[in-house]
Design a protein around this ligand. Structure first.
Ligand code: MG
Length: 291
């Protein structure tokens, strides 16, 4: 981001009437795609006011498999124009990257934590993994799916493997989703991937899940979205996500907070809005009890 652009953004945010001053050790973590935004699309501004109300009671975080570029792109409206940034943690790549909120009006996000997958796995295991993915990409390409570019994206703390390519447009994505529903392409390839990892003796080191609608997230064991919880050990944490079932990329964090009654499954923007409303009510009643 250029300096000039940042100043413009700052001016926009200064127009905001309220600045979040919430200091409570409480945080609500949201998945991004399918929860705060339609998949790979921009933030739904209908959620802005509910999130503002929520921010009066708690800090907020976005924990997503996507890297920070996508967060910047999809959440641009909030980052540019809203005072929400002052209580909004960005946790891309499942929280293996952590950008705490800027503390003052003229601060901006700085990375505080950045985990390294190649270093953790070691060069040999990492190379095996990439070779397996390249091989599987050749096979899946033969199924007549749309093909663009950036099939295997290294994000420092995870690999995102997208058989149609990260450069796919909405039309390509829709075409793939239909085919995937019909032929269970990703579920089959997830099994193939796990089998190949096992044959290479690296299955115990590497976890694989379906990411979003079109891809796979692959990372060291334990580096799923529960990784984000490491940054908030002395916090009460809630989670809202849309892929909480088997093979979904929200499953582990959903399960981790479920026993405390702090996990919510959404089906899209409208449901997210209802969940936020319920949380606001819950926090408000807690605070009135606390006096
Ligand atoms: Mg999602």
């Amino acid at each position: 981001m250029t300096y000039g652009k940042r100043i413009t953004w700052l001016e926009e945010r200064k127009k905001s009437k309220t600045v979040c001053t919430n200091k409570k050790n409480r945080i609500v973590l949201f998945d991004m795609d399918g929860t705060l935004t339609p998949p790979r699309q921009s933030f739904d501004t209908n959620l802005l006011q509910p999130l503002r109300e929520l921010s009066q009671h708690t800090q907020i975080g976005i924990v997503t498999g996507s890297d920070v570029e996508y967060v910047n792109q999809q959440m641009e409206y909030v980052l540019k124009k809203s005072e929400l940034v002052y209580c909004l943690h960005l946790l891309p790549c499942n929280g293996t990257k952590w950008y705490p909120p800027p503390r003052q009006l003229d601060d901006w996000y700085d990375i505080k934590h950045n985990a390294d997958m190649r270093e953790t796995l070691g060069e040999e295991k990492y190379r095996h993994l990439v070779a397996i993915l390249l091989d599987l990409q050749c096979h899946v390409s033969a199924l007549g799916i749309p093909l663009t570019g950036e099939f295997i994206q290294y994000r420092g703390s995870m690999i995102n493997w997208c058989p149609i390519g990260r450069a796919a447009k909405s039309k390509d994505r829709e075409q793939f989703v239909l085919k995937d529903e019909k032929l269970s392409i990703r579920k089959n390839y997830l099994k193939r991937l796990e089998r190949k990892l096992s044959l290479n003796g690296i299955q115990k080191d590497i976890a694989c899940t379906l990411g979003g609608d079109t891809s796979f997230d692959i990372y060291p064991i334990g580096w799923d979205k529960t990784y984000a919880l490491r940054h908030f050990e002395d916090y009460d944490v809630w989670f809202v996500g849309d892929r909480c079932g088997e093979n979904g990329n929200d499953k582990q964090i959903y399960d981790a907070l479920y026993s405390k009654g702090r996990s919510y499954k959404t089906t899209g923007i409208e449901k997210t809005k209802e969940i936020i409303k319920a949380l606001v009510g819950h926090f408000a009643s807690l605070e009135s009890t606390d006096g």
